[in-house]
Design a protein around this ligand. Structure first.
Ligand code: PMP
Ligand code: GLN
Length: 400
């Protein structure tokens, strides 16, 4: 029944692992959604928009008020000039923007360069477009690429290169010189860069640099982000793409036939969110810093090989000292101990056998992380592991 293009993909690893976690009552440190609420002022703005009758289709590219807010936010936060109107498309999550960019730009037989491990939707949408992925490895332990391997991935059919920083699943934040190496090849081969920057406000070490701000890149880059990640509202599925109007035309053409427009009241609330002052926006990362330290320190105390991720929602950690021989075996063993994690082999075209890492999410309440660590400590024979910070938050557990 399923088309040949989609047959290889099955059910996403996030859906599969969350369903397994629910079935066995495991703590979900797998799928990247916060188990706490987004900011009240944003929720109130959505309620007001609904009560105020903002109920009909939005303008196809997004409501003007959100365009103004996005442009203002990029100018303030990223130093990026974005043109309201033709330079912005509001989408139903970053996922839709990524799809629309790939399907809008690529013809069958075209090639797309991407870095692996990669966020899983990239591969599927490349195949949906009939294009071919060319993967460049990010090498452990510091998750950097070899410039010669990157150069070898480009060829006459290259149409697009996808760059994700801060990175899912490794938490790597690309340095300006790495972005410049990618930019030089994109310029030399005259290809578009799709920059997935959904974790741009969640940087803990170093600094996020948008590749669109690098020399020669403003007109060549489509930059994608998501309200869901920045404001812990992943279920709202509001995202956007920005870029030079002549490059966004392709994405817009796909968008108008995929969703046409994104939920109107949520767009009004998104405008309120992005118009928040810098102090409010700066404060967003603080609770994530606490959670990152809690997970990283806790896993290190349990004999995992952990490097603190520089940004994002996730830590990808080594488990060699526990004796498991592959990421999927490790995930099964962890699930049996009552903790769900993601096997990164889902983020490779052809995953090397026996991957020695699993991905844990720390975008969770501190009591959730504490309970996960407690279960691991008990199950791995380190029951004396201190469970600091247990239940410091009074938030109610919420259904997944
Ligand atoms: N890109 C990356 C790197 C992600 O981790 C995610 C996860 N949600 C997305 C895109 C999708 O974002 P959205 O929920 O806004 O569709
Ligand atoms: N981005 C999230 C993650 O990596 C999941 C998104 C999804 O479930 N599609 O866990």
């Amino acid at each position: 029944m399923v088309s040949r293009r989609l047959q290889p993909f099955g059910t996403t690893i996030f859906t599969e692992i969350t369903a397994r976690a629910q079935a066995v009552g495991a703590v979900n440190l797998a799928q990247g959604f916060p188990d706490f609420d987004g900011p009240d002022f944003v929720k109130q703005a959505a309620i007001q928009a609904i009560e105020g009758g903002q109920a009909q289709y939005a303008r196809m590219t997004g409501i003007p008020a959100l365009h103004e807010a996005i442009a203002g936010w990029y100018a303030r936060r990223r130093g990026l000039t974005v043109q309201p109107g033709d330079g912005i498309v509001v989408t139903s999550g970053a996922t839709e923007a990524i799809h629309d960019a790939v399907v809008g730009l690529c013809d069958p037989g075209d090639e797309v360069v991407l870095f692996e491990p990669f966020y899983d939707s990239y591969h599927a949408v490349i195949r949906m477009a009939g294009a071919t992925p060319r993967a460049v490895r990010l090498h452990a332990p510091d998750w950097t690429f070899d410039p010669a391997e990157l150069a070898a991935a480009f060829g006459p059919r290259t149409r697009l290169v996808i760059v994700n920083t801060p990175h899912n699943p490794t938490g790597r934040v690309m340095r300006a010189d790495e972005l410049d190496a990618i930019a030089a090849l994109a310029i030399a081969h005259d290809v578009t860069v799709l920059a997935d920057e959904v974790y741009e406000e969640l940087v803990y070490d170093g600094q996020h640099v948008s590749i669109a701000t690098r020399p020669g890149m403003a007109d060549r880059t489509i930059t994608v982000s998501s309200l869901g990640k920045t404001f812990s509202l992943t279920g709202w599925k509001v995202g956007w793409a920005v870029g030079a109007p002549e490059r966004l035309v392709a994405l817009r053409r796909a968008h108008q036939f995929v969703t046409f427009a994104t939920a109107t009241p949520l767009q009004w609330a998104a405008a309120t969110a992005l118009n928040a002052d810098d102090a409010t926006l700066d404060a967003i990362r603080e609770p994530f810093l606490v959670r990152r330290a809690q997970l990283v320190d806790g896993l290190a105390a349990l004999d995992f090989d952990v490097t603190a991720p520089e940004g994002g929602y996730f830590a990808t950690v080594g488990f060699r000292r526990h004796g498991w021989t592959s990421d999927t075996q490790a995930v099964d063993a962890l699930m049996a101990l009552g903790v769900a994690a993601i096997p990164p082999s889902s983020f490779y075209l052809d995953a090397p056998g026996g991957l020695p890492w699993v991905r844990f999410a720390f975008c969770k309440r501190t009591d959730t992380i504490a309970e996960g660590l407690r279960r691991l400590g008990a199950g791995l024979g380190c029951a004396s592991h201190p469970v600091e910070g247990a239940n410091p938050e009074q938030a109610k557990p919420r259904p997944q």
